[in-house]
Design a protein around this ligand. Structure first.
Ligand code: FPP
Length: 252
């Protein structure tokens, strides 16, 4: 990542940078349609926006950036579009992995891996193992990801532990269940951003968003940049986070 720049939108010295930001990158298709371009062009420009955003997040001081890159439900799209998205992912890893590594980015992947194309699966594993020692920014790629499936996988793993005699039924608590999720060591997101004006979570991180601030921005994903990210962080700073209690805790 390049040198750290101050937050341009920071209203005060106490501007809190969320530790964990998660983004639903939506609107590639509509961005393209609005310009009379094929949807694939929207996805290609979406990858450029992703590069910009990873750089900006690192510069701003976000510790963890989670991106919804392909949902379990996206398999219902036309085969040609799925092929295009897979090609973009392969290219993203092949072309950008070295740069990400050089910039100190650690890549993690969440989602179902069992039935993935073996080539994609090994690329994802390569990205994780190459960058394992980095700590400037953790980039969590949610790929073939659906939150209900993630929770069901956690339940399966817990049930297996119970069946093996390693876990007592009475020991199953919310914290225990969370420890069986795909990335149990990461803190929950402080801020969820969805682009394109849609105001839904679409099966993204349902367990982890219990106390996250949700910010919806009208920008289509290919137009997302550092200033859009800063705007969402500024909105996050205007919210009071109470975590169910009475005392507000703003920021991370
Ligand atoms: C939503 O746009 C976006 C996606 C389906 C996935 C996000 C994909 C990228 C940013 C590019 C691929 C990058 C990687 C690393 C795989 P949409 O097609 O749902 O937009 P629409 O709602 O306007 O049709």
């Amino acid at each position: 990542m390049s040198k750290t720049e101050p937050l341009r939108t920071a209203p005060t010295d106490n501007f809190a940078v969320p530790r964990h930001v998660a983004i639903i990158m939506d609107g590639n298709g509509r961005w393209a349609a609005a310009r009379g371009l094929p949807r694939g062009e929207g996805h290609r420009r979406g990858v450029e926006a992703l590069r910009r955003t990873v750089r900006a997040a690192g510069d701003i001081g976000v510790g963890i950036l989670t991106i919804f890159s392909f949902s379990s439900e996206n398999w219902s799209r036309p085969p040609a579009e799925i092929r295009e998205l897979m090609t973009l992912l392969r290219r993203f890893i092949r072309n950008d992995l070295a740069d990400l590594h050089k910039s100190g980015v650690r890549v993690r992947v969440i989602g179902e891996r069992e039935n993935l194309d073996p080539e994609i699966r090994s690329l994802l594993e390569e990205a994780e193992s190459l960058t394992r020692g980095n700590d400037k920014l953790i980039l969590v790629v949610a790929f073939n990801y659906g939150a209900r499936a993630e929770i069901a996988r956690a339940a399966q793993r817990m049930a297996a532990a119970v069946a093996a005699g390693d876990l007592a039924v009475s020991a199953i608590t919310a914290d225990k269940l969370a420890s069986y999720l795909d990335a149990p060591d990461l803190p929950d997101p402080d801020l969820i951003i969805r682009t394109s004006g849609e105001q839904r979570l679409s099966n993204f991180l349902l367990w982890q968003v219990a106390y996250s601030e949700l910010v919806f921005v009208p920008t289509y994903w290919p137009d997302f940049d550092r200033s859009t990210l800063e705007g969402a962080i500024a909105e996050y700073n205007r919210r009071e986070r109470r975590f169910g209690g009475l005392i507000a805790r703003t920021g991370s």
